[in-house]
Design a protein. Structure first.
Length: 349
């Protein structure tokens, strides 16, 4: 029996994974695709956005959401049973696409494809890591190494990498293909700086391609034919290397999320502009969700990566659907003042 290929799409918060998948579904060339979407936080924004894209390649029944935490931590409890149910369907998908949370390690997920019952039926066609080129060029994923070198001389036990930098490196280490997304926001020198930063972040050198707004042909993303599950032991994460030979659990205590609920927005443009200083003040990593705009029949999607904010109307509010503004806020645990952020965002409505 021919194995069903599965593509794992990973990348840090806001890299553009969901946008890339929307484009993929719209240009799937007749392939029937099943999606497994994992998000950090209780508000399933990405899955809801994809359900609204109307692509024939993937119906709502083909989209499975896992919102119980990062998929790398819930492989046995959530992912494997989900795969088993998918494989038990009478009509099997031609391809499975898995979008991980922006905070997930790809390695435990890929290793799960060696699970009995899954290994015989599915193979990992490839791991695609999406990079927010503008964020990398701005130094978002790298600490000041000169300053760290100076501190190291005084304290050899210093932890020299932030949780963001470690996770960025781990996601690159797992990749079979790296997509440098959002290159339209940079000039040639900026793009080269991103290439240099990515090359410095991993000893592996997978193929690297550039993209604008996640627009990449399905023929490039699907059909890599790598069989990554057979090589994942050679792509260990920082966490795995630190705990080799010892039982351990991976967690995401460094990050946290919460949901802000508002009423209808009177002026969406003014709201978005007022959000930017709040995001900068509190160093919010990611903000995303849906908004009810007064007098508008359609739902507004709000996606923020740092203070870069994208908005668009994705679909009409359904009959009987409760209109509301709900935003998930994600940041570093030690730097998030939940009450202050919530109060400031609510004041903007």
């Amino acid at each position: 029996m021919q194995k069903i290929p599965a593509t794992v799409i990973t990348g840090f918060l806001g890299a553009g994974k969901t946008t890339m998948i929307r484009n993929l579904l719209s240009n799937a060339g007749g392939k029937k695709i099943a999606l497994i979407i994992n998000e950090f936080g209780d508000l399933g924004v990405d899955g809801d956005v994809l359900k609204g894209c109307g692509a024939e390649a993937c119906t709502e029944d083909d989209i499975i959401e896992l919102n119980n935490g990062c998929i790398c931590c819930t492989v046995a409890d959530d992912f494997i049973p989900t795969m088993e149910k998918l494989l038990a369907r009478d009509v099997k998908p031609d391809h499975i696409v898995i979008e991980t949370s922006g905070l997930a390690l790809p390695q435990p997920l890929v290793a799960a494809f060696n699970w009995p019952g899954i290994k015989t039926a599915v193979t990992v066609d490839g791991v695609i890591t999406v990079v927010d080129s503008a964020a990398v060029a701005a130094g978002r994923f790298a600490d000041d190494h000169d300053a760290l070198d100076a501190q190291r001389k005084e304290d050899e036990g210093l932890d020299h990498e932030s949780p963001i930098e470690e996770l960025f490196e781990d996601q690159l280490t797992a990749a079979d293909l790296i997509v440098l997304n959002k290159t339209d926001l940079l000039d040639a020198a900026g793009i080269q700086s991103v290439r240099d930063a990515v090359n410095a972040a991993t000893s592996r050198k997978p193929k690297m391609i550039e993209a604008r707004n996640g627009e990449i042909p399905a023929s490039v993303l699907l059909g890599l034919g790598v069989g990554t599950e057979s090589d994942i032991e050679n792509r260990k994460s920082h966490h795995e290397l630190e705990h080799e030979g010892a039982p351990h659990d991976h967690d995401h205590d460094e990050f946290e999320s919460f949901i802000v609920e508002l009423g209808a927005l009177k002026d969406a443009g003014a709201f978005v502009e007022a959000l930017k200083p709040v995001i900068n003040k509190h160093d919010i990593l990611r903000l995303k969700g849906f908004a009810d705009v007064a007098g508008k029949p359609m739902r507004l999607v709000i996606q923020a990566v740092g203070s870069r904010i994208e908005t668009y109307f994705d679909r009409p509010w359904a009959p009987g659907e409760a209109r509301a503004t709900r935003l998930v806020v994600i940041g570093l645990h030690d730097e998030m003042d939940d009450a202050a952020i919530m109060a400031e965002i609510k004041a903007l409505g």
